[in-house]
Design a protein around this ligand. Structure first.
Ligand code: LLP
Length: 439
């Protein structure tokens, strides 16, 4: 199991204890309880830096924007901001969180295909850096609200470039049949540009696209960069507008299984930079400020979830279920996307896996299985299981299904283990409920 933890970038001590930010996993579980999402501070920071360092090597003008949806809590917004990243928010709630974390409004990019008038007013009143406008309804609404509030809305237009990378359908976003963005090929993108330029209350800075998530090849990103640069050239020719900013979204995949081979952050940025430069040269355009919006590749690999094993059910000749104290309420990805994960027994890394288990959650659904085939040494109730690469889209997608309280999140590293989100209590669960009066 050592090989598995090493493949995920985590060390162990000489007795086979998994170390997270220098702490034995078992001691974190003891102090903070399970299930527990543990975030490695250095990993998070290194991933932020890897983006900025790659840009510094390959491209002169850039912005790295943390897609906070991957894990939007005060501490992650603070860390990303400290590391020089801007913050992408996709709702009023994420915007509120980023502002509360002390991120200057100017450093915030506001996304969403159905921002409400209230959310847009909120964004305008705070003077967020950029609003990424998704569709014609929003374009006219925003122009109206900007006029009404006497503010100028600084915007990017989200373009659907018509690229379908190989990933789960639910997280493909750049294809023609998508709820997001202005279509590049049917004239919508051009029309939206013209409309924006015609409005005195909208300041257009450039264009955005996002082709999908957990993408493990570079080609679709290269394609998107080229298609978007061709679009910038066309807009320049046909409308006379020169875009200063090109935001290519997020989507770089990460290692969930030790056999996954995601491209490095550096190689990803390098190919984007190359394509954009080559196209700028070809079209005789100045280089735009190049932006990316990574979420998963920043916070995903930094996270490990710790669980305590409870019941074990052996069905001879069929399967053995080992149920843990979490499940789809705190990590819905296996149930939603058939996402796969790897696990180890956190204090027995030197033991050889001889058994196969289905690691089940405790929600009332047969589909609540976190890992269908985990190779592990024989498990006993009370064992501590660690699941890797759980930093992104787990806690941020967690619910209270079956009224399970959401887990705690702890930030480890630099000699400290600090709670950044408290575990919910039963009281929290009924806090918003209003009982019927006694008749
Ligand atoms: N920018 C935009 C406009 C996005 O929609 C997203 C992700 C990102 C950036 C960040 O993408 P990333 O670098 O994290 O791939 N819940 C799904 C993933 C949904 C991604 C949605 N948008 C999952 O658990 O796999």
């Amino acid at each position: 199991m050592m090989q598995i933890s090493a493949a995920h970038g985590f060390a162990h001590d000489d007795r086979g204890n998994l170390l997270l930010g220098g702490f034995p996993a078992a001691s974190l579980a003891k102090e903070f309880g399970t299930p527990l999402l543990v975030l490695d501070e250095d990993r998070f920071r290194e991933n932020c830096r890897a983006y900025r360092e790659a840009f510094a090597r390959f491209y002169p003008k850039y912005e790295v924007i943390y897609a906070s949806k991957a894990l939007c809590v005060l501490a992650t917004c603070q860390l990303a901001h400290e590391e020089g990243l801007a913050i992408d928010v996709a709702s009023g709630g994420e915007l509120f969180t980023a502002l509360r974390a002390g991120v200057p409004a100017q450093r915030i990019f506001f996304h969403g295909n159905n921002k409400t008038p209230e959310e847009l007013r909120y964004a305008l009143s705070q003077s967020v850096g950029r609003i990424i406008v998704d569709n014609f309804t929003e374009l006219s609404l925003l122009a109206e609200l900007a006029k009404e509030t006497g503010k100028t809305a600084h915007i990017l237009l989200r373009i659907t470039p018509g690229i379908e990378p190989r990933t789960h359908r639910a997280i493909q976003t750049g294809g023609v049949d998508s709820k997001f963005g202005f279509d590049l090929n049917n004239g919508s993108a051009l029309e939206a540009t013209q409309k924006t330029l015609d409005s005195p209350h909208l300041a257009l800075h450039g264009f955005h696209c996002h082709i999908g998530s957990q993408i493990l090849e570079l080609e679709p990103f290269e394609q998107a960069a080229e298609v978007m640069m061709d679009f910038l050239a066309r807009i320049n020719r046909e409308v006379g507008f020169l875009a200063e900013e090109l935001n290519l979204g997020g989507g770089l995949g990460i290692r969930y299984l030790h056999t996954d081979e995601p491209p490095s952050i550096a190689s990803y940025i390098q190919v984007l930079a190359q394509r954009v430069k080559a196209k700028a040269h070809q079209h005789g355009l100045p280089l735009p400020i190049l932006m990316v919006e990574p979420g998963r590749s920043i916070v995903g690999p930094a996270g490990v979830t710790l669980y305590t094993v409870g019941t074990i059910k052996r069905i001879p000749g069929v399967r053995t279920y080992a149920s843990v104290d979490g499940g789809m309420y705190e990590n819905p990805r296996p149930a939603l996307y058939a996402a796969r994960y790897e696990a180890v027994v956190a204090d027995r890394l030197f033991e050889t896996p001889t058994e196969e288990y289905a690691i089940a959650g405790r929600c009332c659904e047969s589909g609540d299985v976190l890992i269908w085939e985990a190779s592990l040494p024989p498990l006993n109730p009370g064992d501590l299981v660690a699941v890797f690469a759980t930093g992104a889209y787990t806690y941020s997608m967690a619910s209270n299904y079956n009224r399970f309280p959401r887990p705690a999140v702890v930030l480890v590293g630099r000699g400290r283990a600090r709670l950044i989100v408290e575990r919910e209590t039963y009281e929290d669960l009924v806090r918003k409920d209003i009982p019927l009066p006694k008749e």
